[in-house]
Write a protein that binds this ligand. Sequence first.
Ligand code: NAP
Ligand code: ZN
Length: 355
Amino acid sequence: MPSPAKAYAAQSATTPLAPFSFERRDVQPDDVAIDILFCGVCHSDLHQARSEWEGTLFPCVPGHEIVGRVTAIGSDVTTFAVGDLVGVGCMVDSCGTCPSCHEGEEQYCEGTGFVGTYNGPDAHLGGHTFGGYSDMIVVKQGFVLRIGHDEQDLAAVAPLLCAGITTYSPLKHWGAGPGKKVGVVGIGGLGHMGVKIAAAMGAHVVAFTTSEGKRADALALGAHEVVVSRNADEMAAHAGSFDFILNTVAASHDLDAFTNLLKRDGTMTLVGVPEHAHPSPSVLNLVFRRRSIAGSLIGGIAETQEMLDFCRDHGITADIETIAIQDIDASFDRMVKGDVKYRFVIDMASLAAAA
Ligand code: NAP
Ligand code: ZN
């Protein structure tokens, strides 16, 4: 029997999120049913709900930083038990047979493409998938993560499921570590995790922010230096010195200001996906020092588990502000203004009070 579920959904790009009822699929042999306790609020949720990207399917239930407790398992599930604390990130399925899936890079699935936790095709019930701004979810066991942090940290662990892995994966791929100078651009949900993780990996970390008010915070997060990127002199002092820059900014901006700061053979990887394109970067800036601009999408399931375990071992969680689901639109508005320290997390107990 499918289970009735409650959520908050956007019915269109211009209407506020509001209470919404729907059904989650019956637990299949390979499935885990999860009571959602907390869900982080990613800027991608806002882009999707407000249709800033192409292709939002309505009603839209966002949320892909899900943590909760297992309430039921299918007959073939051996790795999770009822009562376990678990997480679900941005993906709930992929083809499982293409080269990327075989290599544990399900986010780059070349078969069917990965199935998004929201706005993806729902192969079980038809229509599209609904995300974590809801009270429960049913997910294939291979896409469920184990939470090893203390239960009291659960709300602050939720953002690791997207912001954590989206920064950990490129930092690891491009070799952040001792002896490397790493920049993190944009100190928001992703950026503040990037600073913490790059510092824990042993890199020399420089945080770039447009907000003078984040200077002290960035140092407290673990940055060794902070640059206010609107200040040309501060930027010039770092010219040609970075091995790697992770750019998390959620808006269109001048990339040359940062490619200029890369060493020969340095790379700037973009993870922010703004609504409007960046101005075309200078080719001269790239060719004269063999610099690269790259992109990176979340991370695979095995790497997400590795990141969760790394963060547990290094005492890393997100800096969060807990909100009630009823405050979600006001929180989106604050996120647009950069007024978040540093991730909103919805306490899903508030959903019980919804109409
Ligand atoms: P966020 O919390 O809103 O942080 C973005 C930060 O960018 C802001 O805090 C701000 O930092 C900086 N920024 C500078 N100018 C801005 C402007 N005009 N508008 C907005 N931000 C500006 O967002 P997030 O959740 O970290 O997500 C960042 C981006 O990554 C989004 O586009 C999101 O969709 C994308 N994303 C991509 C992936 C992936 O797999 N590639 C995964 C998740 C999210 P300062 O105040 O320090 O300047
Ligand atoms: Zn996200």
